[in-house]
Design a protein around this ligand. Structure first.
Ligand code: SF4
Ligand code: SF4
Length: 452
């Protein structure tokens, strides 16, 4: 593969039929926005890892351009380099020319899923992931054997066997969150009234993985919103928002889920649809764009997306009202890529955390660099994800925090895995990894900060 930077190759004429099908191919104007300056390269995690042009944003845009001009097909290097992209959108933040790499990636990933035949083992592995994660009931059913397995894994012989699992299965196994059966089967109240005078009425997306494995985060979020003067509705019929599928190019099934969620939430008389998961928020804010060519849904999707807010946006807009108890400690905030880069929500979580008296907020070095979680990336690309996870863990250690907070379950699992149990907080034990809502909830209630 030749290097695109500044070469005449970037102005190739159309030499054959486009490799893309007619369903939303990448737009020519968006491809042409890239002036090949390379400012995005230092912030791209895969370019950082391998120093390979085709694993940089600029190189990937070049590949998209070649495929559009009929120079290359979608199979082979095209799929390989697009698959290796984390979809972290650090390049969107870095690009001075406003290149919409997010839109480009959103167009080409479904093209790959529709038109490229994956190897049987790759297909099987991906299908297994998508047959489980977007389904709350299946996740709950998996929680029982999961909890049993985690007990069994404490037996040295079983732990030894687990270490021998092949790459992707080993990655999946090591990312299994501590399973609490009680938590997995718990349900949020469908209505929680505001404490004191009502300031807003919101509906919460409870999520799939979030609700089953991080139910405590949802409980904390409902308590915080109510304490800050919000009536909180949690519609029982909601399901997965489709974010995992959308970010992996499984557009058709993601849009089926999007339409279903819109139909559930649009009936509610609320000011905002609130999410506490970075990946879910970024995809729900995109529904309007994704369904813009669907005559039945375009308007409804745009109206829905306009109401979606990350929980930190809502709290920062309202301003703190509930009294807080102090937290004396160093708190490292990790920007989840789908919150910081994709939604540009960076100031609000920090403002919310700073509302806790005595809390010392510390930023991480290389904060813009993805931790390697990236949806299903750490399962399908375990080696690259492990390198990025180890790098993030080293950056976390360098600021010696008492608590780490981040607003995405994938990041919590990935950073926790790479910090391991050897990194201790000042008061002993592993450093607590929490969602900011858990910390704020503990501060408002005046209870000890949870360990997880
Ligand atoms: S994506 Fe933006 S920063 Fe990167 S090479 Fe193109 S124009 Fe430059
Ligand atoms: S989304 Fe992330 S990994 Fe992909 S090209 Fe952009 S910076 Fe690199």
């Amino acid at each position: 593969m030749t290097t695109p930077a500044g070469s005449a190759d970037t102005n190739l004429p159309q030499t054959g039929p486009s490799a893309y099908d007619d369903r939303r191919p990448p737009e020519r104007e968006l491809l042409d926005d890239c002036v090949h300056c390379g400012f995005c390269l230092p912030t791209c995690p895969t370019y950082q890892l391998w120093g390979e042009e085709m694993d940089s944003p600029r190189g990937r845009i070049y590949l998209m351009d070649l495929a559009q001009k009929g120079e290359i097909g979608l199979e082979g290097p095209f799929t390989e380099h697009i698959d290796q992209c984390l979809g972290c959108m650090a390049c969107v933040t870095a690009c001075p020319s406003g290149v919409q790499y997010d839109r480009l990636l959103e167009s080409v990933r479904p093209q790959i899923e529709r038109n490229v035949e994956r190897t049987p083992s790759d297909r099987l592995f991906r299908n297994a992931i998508f047959a489980l994660f977007p389904y709350k009931r299946r996740l709950r059913a998996a929680a029982l054997p999961g909890a049993f397995y985690q007990r069994l894994r404490r037996v040295p012989a079983v732990a030894k066997l687990a270490e021998k699992l092949p790459g992707r299965l080993a990655a999946m196994e090591s990312l299994l969150p501590p399973v609490s059966v009680r938590e997995a089967f718990a349900r949020l109240p469908t209505y929680t009234p505001a404490v004191g005078e009502r300031r807003a009425r919101v509906a919460l997306l409870s999520g799939c993985v979030q609700d089953v494995f991080f139910h405590r985060v949802n409980e904390a979020t409902v308590r915080v919103l109510a304490a800050e003067g919000c009536d909180v509705l949690v519609p029982a019929e909601q399901q997965c928002c489709g974010a995992l599928e959308l970010h992996s190019g499984r557009e058709e099934s993601a849009l089926v889920r999007a339409r279903r969620e819109i139909a559930v939430f649009e009936k509610l008389d609320v000011d905002h649809v609130v999410t506490n998961v970075a990946g879910c928020g970024s995809s729900m804010k995109e529904y309007g764009h994704l369904l813009s060519d669907d005559p039945e849904w375009a308007e409804r999707a745009a109206a829905f997306s306009a109401r979606v807010r990350d929980v930190h946006e809502v709290l920062a807009d309202l301003g703190p009202r509930a009294p807080r108890h102090p937290f004396r400690g160093r708190v490292a905030y990790h920007d989840a890529c789908h919150l910081g880069h994709a939604q540009k929500v960076r100031a609000q979580p920090r403002a919310v955390l700073r509302s806790i008296p005595d809390l010392q907020l510390v930023d991480l070095p290389e904060a813009e660099l993805c931790c390697g979680s990236a949806g299903i990336y750490n399962m399908v690309m375990p080696d690259a994800a492990a390198e990025l996870g180890a790098r993030k863990a080293a950056n976390v250690r360098s600021v010696a925090p008492d608590v780490i907070v981040t607003a995405n379950p994938g990041c919590l699992l990935q950073i926790g895995k790479h910090l391991g149990t050897t990194d201790g907080a000042a008061d002993g034990g592993p450093i607590p990894l929490l969602h900011p809502m858990q910390l704020l909830d503990a501060s408002i209630r005046g209870v000890p900060v949870p360990r997880s």
